[in-house]
Design a protein around this ligand. Sequence first.
Ligand SMILES: [Zn+2]
Length: 75
Amino acid sequence: MPLYDYQCQDCQKTFEVRATLKEKEAGLQPQCPHCHSLQTRQLLTSGLFLRKGSDSSLFAAPVCGPTAGPGCCGS
Ligand SMILES: [Zn+2]
């Protein structure tokens, strides 16, 4: 089962959550184990820089490579 990193928006602590893909797709909103807040958001840890307060940064732009299809990078 994959592990996900979450951060509590109330106490700013991070914690790990184990969830199946199915649970994830259903819109997982784990509870903070420290203050029991439901105001939690997932942290992406694969080297992505997260801008604070911007939800659009959760989705990285597609990377253009040899396998990139038409329309990549506006071409
Ligand atoms: Zn908390």
